[in-house]
Design a protein around this ligand. Structure first.
Ligand code: AMP
Length: 330
């Protein structure tokens, strides 16, 4: 069975964009592939989080993904720092990664701009840690967004280089996993343009309370309304329809499209309906999340299970890599 691996950043809450763009697909993949999903807490140290925030974020993120349907009996769900072998492979891989190539990565250059007072070595070697995460389980596929394509290319380069240096055929080169057709959606934000995102302040989180959802949707950007029948639709209105299509019934969508085309639409009605349908869609998730978040025994059990499964595969790789490199008994 082919192996899929994906890292999850322990920051903030999942929003509708994360769900429809990524998590929903992770849930589907569990049935067809051997999946490794991990919470990238070593990576998050590059921004120097406070210890209490780090713990809280990991618990939140783990609970949210479980609430979405990631299944610890199907996939290996673990916390990166629970598998110390990752740190050892990272150390070994760093010896064959060159400062020049690391300095040239787009994400590194971006971070230097964003946090000029904290350009730490972890940022520089981010791609090496990511390569170690992937190679430690010999992943075949990594579902990556556009921003991570370069890291995956570097992972392939590190794998090839390792094989060349030690004259082995050990690491395989992971490929990007492409979601096809309707599975690949971009969820727009509520501010009229661009996509929904944590940092844009235009997102609806799966854990948002109904009142919060209503407030956010009612504040969404619109236009002055269609002046005549069959007017072209502006981007902010298209965006509202795009979200409506994800959470509402086809009848509802058709009703508002008709109203728009007849130029009789009242955006306040559209927004009210959209808010209620988002609330209905996210309701089971909110309930499940609360239940999982409060069940520390269950979370500990999931964590332990993931750790054991991940360590089994990781320790085998590290043992073999050590031998290839020449760390052996006399
Ligand atoms: P982020 O929250 O930016 O770390 O994104 C995590 C993953 O969620 C990304 O790799 C994307 O696949 C997905 N994602 C985030 N925002 C959106 C969006 N607005 N539309 C579709 N997918 C998204």
């Amino acid at each position: 069975m082919k192996i899929v691996l994906s890292g999850i950043r322990p920051t903030g809450h999942l929003h509708l964009g994360n769900y429809f763009g990524a998590v929903r697909n992770f849930v589907k993949l569990q049935d067809e592939y051997k999946c490794f999903y991990f919470i990238a807490d070593y990576h998050s140290l590059t921004t120097h989080p406070k210890p209490e925030h780090l713990q809280e974020n990991i618990r939140t993120v783990l609970s949210e993904y479980l609430a979405c349907g990631l299944d610890p009996d199907k996939a290996t769900i673990y916390i990166q720092s629970d598998v110390e072998e990752v740190a050892e492979l990272y150390l070994l891989m760093n010896m064959n990664a060159y400062v020049g190539e690391l300095e040239r990565t787009t994400t590194f250059k971006e971070k230097v701009r964003k946090q000029p007072n904290n350009v730490n070595a972890g940022l520089l070697t981010y791609a090496v840690l990511m390569a170690s995460d992937i190679l430690i389980h010999h992943a075949d596929y990594v579902p990556v967004g556009k921003d991570q394509e370069q890291h995956l290319e570097m992972t392939r380069r590190f794998a090839r280089r390792f094989n060349n240096i030690y004259d082995v055929d050990y690491f395989k080169e992971p490929q990007p996993f492409n979601f096809f057709g309707k599975d690949l959606v971009k969820v727009p934000g509520l501010d009229g343009s661009g996509k929904m995102g944590k940092s844009e302040g235009n997102a609806i989180n799966l854990t948002d309370e109904p009142e919060v959802i209503r407030k956010k949707v009612m504040k969404a950007v619109t236009d002055a309304g269609p002046k005549e029948p069959n007017s072209p639709m502006s981007e902010p209105i298209q965006n509202l329809f795009s979200i409506l299509e994800l959470v509402s019934t086809p009848d509802t969508v058709e009703h508002f499209r008709d109203e728009y085309n007849k130029a009789t639409i009242r955006y306040v009605d559209l927004k009210r309906q959209l808010a209620e349908d988002i609330i209905k869609f996210t309701q089971p998730f909110r309930e499940k999340y609360q239940q999982i978040y409060n069940d520390l025994d269950y979370l500990r059990k999931v964590r332990k299970m993931g750790k054991e499964k991940a360590k089994e595969s990781a320790s085998k790789t590290v043992k073999e890599v050590r031998e290839i490199i020449g760390f052996k008994d006399f």
